[in-house]
Design a protein around this ligand. Structure first.
Ligand code: PMP
Ligand code: GLN
Length: 395
């Protein structure tokens, strides 16, 4: 697709492999998730769940997703007509955008923007209207959302907990989005893949707000909660007409996906809440560990309320270009991170922001911080200029 090269995540993971660096770039855990979930996947393969599953997902998983929404949030969905299993949240997002947007329709997104949003919107021939969340607090500017909306606005696409900033939108911000969606009669697509990975503030699903259930398409994924990002089991919950439209599109993207892994995710969603709590607190400890190390290394770290990611402003190291910095970092200290600047159409002051993933084992994080310390003592600013490379930008 014109204008979209290799994703920054693939580029940086390849660089980590080539250079043997510690990879705090692409967000994936370096340990397996709950053993019950892993064992259920192995069992499902051995039990012969290896052929096409039903188009909307196996009934047991659709029921488990509906139960999950009710148990955690009091949201009631009919597993037959209001739940769809997808090939990760990625397919759920592109199928929704393709299903609902025509050429020239507009989609309002929060910027920085997870990379697949811009590509999904472009595939539909629609137009992305970004609303920037400004660091270090990344609060939503409701007036900016209102200003970005027009009679062509078809979708509001929000993401909370938010990648890459780690922001978790609060009730006031979500209520403002809900009020605008109702006033303008717009559907909201909400990407909640990090719903269980919040540390300081509980996640509030947009669909729980008054008047929002039937105009909200909620997307999530097993990848983050159960540390199985390679399985690509995601899902959509929405009212029947919206779900039908997304399901019709999914049929011709992947048709179906991940039969044995669907069985395994049933086991994951059945785990007691205390296990999810343990996953959350372990990850919170990793955030605190990396945050402490980054601060001790003299870096300017932004607050993070959820997700796998911390944002750092490397301007304090005399660096002005995050992309150049991240491309040079493996060679300088054997570490990979992701430049947040590529998630903006026009990064402006975000040009020097870098994202570090903390979903790694404690010794790996310790070693990463030890390497980062070398930058403030010995580091000459990186000389690689980003404009000498082909840069994938979401714009
Ligand atoms: N949305 C966000 C905000 C993400 O960070 C990711 C990355 N995993 C995805 C969607 C894609 O999720 P999946 O791997 O389930 O396709
Ligand atoms: N969600 C992951 C991240 O933000 C990347 C997934 C991907 O590579 N597409 O790091």
């Amino acid at each position: 697709m014109r204008g979209f090269g290799t994703t920054i995540f693939s580029e940086m993971s390849a660089l980590a492999v080539q250079t043997g660096s510690i990879n705090l770039g692409q967000g994936f855990p370096d340990t397996d998730g709950p053993p019950e979930v892993i064992e259920a996947a192995v069992r499902a393969i051995k039990d012969g769940h290896n052929q096409y599953p039903p188009g909307r997902g196996i009934p047991a998983l659709r029921q488990a997703i509906a139960d999950h929404q009710q148990r955690y949030y009091g949201l009631v969905y009919d597993p037959d007509s209001e739940v769809l299993v997808t090939a990760g949240a990625t397919e759920a997002i592109v199928a929704t955008v393709l299903a609902l947007c025509e050429t020239g329709d507009e989609v309002v997104v929060l910027e920085p923007t997870y990379d697949s949003y811009a590509a999904s919107i472009a595939l539909a021939g629609a137009v992305m209207r970004p609303v920037t969340l400004h660091g270090p607090d990344y609060r939503l500017d409701v007036d900016a959302v209102r200003a970005a909306m027009s009679p062509r606005t078809r979708l509001l696409l929000i993401n909370s907990p938010h990648n890459p900033t780690g922001r978790v939108l609060d009730r006031q911000e979500l209520s403002a989005i809900a009020a605008l969606a109702i006033e303008r009669d717009v559907i909201v697509l909400t990407d909640e893949v990090y719903e269980h990975l919040t540390f300081d503030r509980a996640h509030i699903p947009l669909a729980t707000l008054p008047g929002m259930r039937d105009r909200t398409i909620t997307i999530s994924s097993a990848g983050k909660t159960f540390s199985c990002t390679g399985w690509k089991i995601g899902w959509v919950c929405a009212s029947p007409p919206l779900l039908d439209a997304v399901a019709a599109t999914k049929q011709f993207l992947t048709y179906v996906n991940g039969a044995p892994f669907q069985h395994a995710v049933v086991a994951g969603l059945a785990l007691p809440e205390s296990r999810i709590e343990t996953i959350r607190t372990n990850l919170r400890d990793r955030r605190d560990q990396l945050r402490g190390g980054l601060l001790a290394a003299g870096l300017d770290v932004h607050p993070c309320e959820g997700t796998y990611f911390l944002t750092v402003d490397v301007a304090s190291l005399g660096e002005s270009d995050a992309l150049a910095f991240c491309r040079a970092l493996p060679g300088r200290i054997g570490l990979v991170a992701v430049p947040s600047s590529v998630f903006y159409v026009d990064p402006g002051p975000a040009r020097s922001l870098v994202r570090f993933a903390f979903c790694k084992r404690p010794p790996v994080l310790d070693e990463a911080v030890r390497r980062l310390r070398k930058l403030s003592t010995a580091g000459a600013p990186s000389r690689t200029r980003s404009d000498t490379h082909e840069v994938r930008s979401p714009g």
